[in-house]
Write a protein that binds this ligand. Sequence first.
Ligand code: IPM
Ligand code: MG
Length: 356
Amino acid sequence: MKNYNIVLLKGDGIGPEIVNEAVKVLDRTADKFGFTVTYDEALLGGCAIDATGVPLPEETITKCKASDSVLLGAVGGPKWDNQPGNNRPEAGLLGIRGALGLFANLRPAVIFEPLRNASPLKPEIIGDAMDIMIVRELTGGIYFGKRGNFDEDGVPAAYDTEKYNVNEIERIARVAFDMAMKRNKKLTSVDKANVLDSSRLWRKTIIKISEEYPEVELNHLYVDNCAMQLVRDPKQFDVIVTSNIFGDILSDEASMISGSIGMLASASLNSTKCGMYEPIHGSAPDIAGKGIANPLATILSVAMMLRYSLDEPEAADAIEKAVSEVLKTTRTPDIYTEGTTKVSCSEMGNAVCSLI
Ligand code: IPM
Ligand code: MG
């Protein structure tokens, strides 16, 4: 029987509760589809700072590198707000992305039919469905560029640098074009080429790679226009490819449009099969430990893991189907509406398991 080694980075806040439910669902899926999973845990974020003084201990990197994939809960919280920038929980997250070479971040923004009314946009704007895949470059750009603080004629100043090289743009472009080929063959590349040299290189490189994908219809938007178009007419988008910082911003916007921030999963991939999977929402320290967090985004992250890293597409389908089904009747408080049953985080995990 096939066995997969998964590292759990439960992290902070609601991280441990939601990861525990996702593990329940993965175990249930393993039983059903005939494979086994062994787990190892490692520290990342605030919990790692508390235990070791740093947000990304060396041991965590070693364990993740040796795994078949990594499941992450969430990191951060007010407790660590006074840490210096390079020792914050978020620095640990950037560090693990860099250490594992996770350059491609897939962030689907979808509307689940039973949650259609949760979108803040009018029904006629949303249309029948919203299904956008944001492909965000994750290990380059201003997040990883040269930065510093300096004295500018007696005035404290700071800078961060947006930099991409052609290789970095080409590899993320291929991920996005491949994704477009599997979907509706429509790709929007987002940049700020009217202002930034790095964006002009981005656009030129995307156009060059598009020659390898003659079937994909490619268009380009400036990031400010894209932000506007997302709320004006989200239906026009299928796959969006963009830089690290633009992807950070646009993926939050897209998740809000779906109205389902507690529902959205993400995958971060490198050039091997090993990926890191996590919900797109944060650690929600205000509700941590209360047992009311919504574990569905983490459960759906497990589905992405099964699809993109473990080659178990049927198991992935089964989880996604169970989640669609469970939403008809069963809700955690964040998505509760009258006529459905309000459940706790662990009851939600059990409900999903019972449908697999
Ligand atoms: C995200 C988050 C992170 C990012 C933070 C927590 C460092 O906002 O995954 O989108 O900016 O990449
Ligand atoms: Mg973000």
